[in-house]
Write a new protein. Structure first.
Length: 408
């Protein structure tokens, strides 16, 4: 991540730029704690913040007054209780800060503008056959200007940074081991985060794409309903994440939850990795073999035309692989749920989840605690949304893991 100069990080606390959008920004633990609690509960009066944090009423008053002055909190209409003075709740100011998220996929890229409350303000979608570094940098440079075009100058000063959701090794070949082409080889040794940082001058945060999708479901979707669960995201390649005790578990190198590597049955009686059964590149291959144009999968992930038998075959095969992988994950973390999401229309996702639940009956789940297979709620925007959340949490939340636990 790129830090702003030390001189700027030591600027006056009265400046939102120094407090809210730099690493010295809302760094004080108690301020971030207050923002985290308000985010979770949507709104809180000072008395309730004091009760939840154990801080004195005077300390909380100082914190809230400063955050309100910075434009991060707004006061709502007083609420009269049974006794005493009316309570004044405070909520996050949607215009208090913004961040940009970039999803880098094998067939498309997405840019997203997120506000402090997690609301999506604007999105851009760019399909391509094979991404090149130069093409992606152009998309980022031109796209970010489009995203922020309607922001006022003062609001542009509240942009906390840009998060990137991308495969850690984008140059690898396909699921069958085919080596990457010349275009993908251009990614080897290319530092995407550094180059985007040079273009925009913002702090840059990098995260694995499937991990980012899992984080988005945890923070903004139904993931908050479960304490422990496995998460599968079906993109060009299948991947996933693991949530334990309400926190996203990333492992020592950020690659934990690489669920696409789980061995599952193959059609020939042997085994294959889930990536070879449930990835959208498998459906792409099915369409090519059927003489159909696979580009329809990437032009819009919200509405696909009738894909005929190719889609039916893919759903059935992907569902079997997901059922076996779901049982494997549940046997390790004793999850109450397995969440499946992906870059596909909601009706296709619903059919995939339903079929995976049916095919679970074919899997030996003896001694595995019962669990449900359920659909995610964010869909194709999950990776970009997870990426866009990174700068906000880095600047305005105590710690991402603390936030996840608080949201459980």
């Amino acid at each position: 991540m790129n830090d702003r100069p030390d001189k700027q990080r030591q600027a006056s606390r009265q400046s939102l730029l120094s407090r809210g959008t730099s690493q010295s920004g809302v760094r004080l633990y108690n301020e971030r704690l207050a923002l985290s609690l308000i985010r979770r509960h949507q709104s809180l009066p000072k008395a309730e913040i004091a009760r939840l944090t154990g801080l004195s009423a005077q300390t909380v008053s100082v914190i809230v007054r400063q955050l309100e002055s910075d434009g991060l909190l707004i006061r709502e209409k007083p609420r009269r209780g049974k006794v005493g003075q009316p309570l004044v709740p405070f909520s996050l100011n949607p215009d208090g800060a913004f961040s940009v998220g970039l999803k880098v996929g094998r067939r498309s890229g997405d840019l997203m503008l997120l506000d402090l409350t997690g609301k999506v303000r604007h999105t851009l979608h760019q399909p391509y056959h094979v991404p090149t570094p130069a093409e992606l940098l152009t998309f980022v440079e031109e796209g970010t200007e489009t995203l922020i075009a309607e922001l006022k100058p003062r609001e542009r000063g509240r942009i906390a940074g840009l998060g990137i959701a991308a495969p850690f090794e984008p140059w690898y070949g396909d699921e069958l081991g085919k080596p990457p082409g010349e275009a993908m080889e251009a990614w080897r040794g290319f530092d995407l985060a550094a180059e985007i940082g040079k273009l925009l001058g913002w702090p840059i945060h990098l995260c694995n794409d499937a991990t980012a999708a899992c984080a988005a479901e945890l923070l903004f979707g139904k993931g908050r309903d479960y304490r422990d669960y496995g998460y599968f995201y079906i993109g060009y390649f299948a991947g996933g994440g693991v949530v334990i005790n309400g926190s996203l578990y990333q492992g020592r190198s950020g690659n934990a939850g690489a669920l696409g590597s789980i061995p599952v049955p193959s059609g020939g009686g042997g085994s294959q990795q889930l990536i070879g059964a449930a990835s959208l590149c498998v459906l792409e291959r099915e369409l090519i073999q059927a003489g159909s144009d696979p580009a329809v999968l990437w032009r819009s992930t919200e509405d696909w035309p009738d894909l005929g038998p190719a889609l039916e075959r893919w759903i059935d095969g992907a569902a079997l692989g997901l059922a076996h992988a779901a049982a494997a994950v549940a046997s390790v973390i004793e999850s109450s749920a397995i969440v499946i999401d992906g870059a596909m229309p909601a009706n296709v996702r619903a059919r995939l989840v339903e079929r995976a639940s049916e095919r679970l009956a074919e899997v030996n789940t003896r001694w595995i605690s019962p669990f449900t297979i359920t659909a995610g709620t964010i869909g194709s925007q999950a990776r970009a949304m997870g990426a866009a959340s990174l700068p906000l949490f880095a600047n305005f939340i105590i710690d991402r893991d603390v936030l996840f636990k608080e949201s459980a």
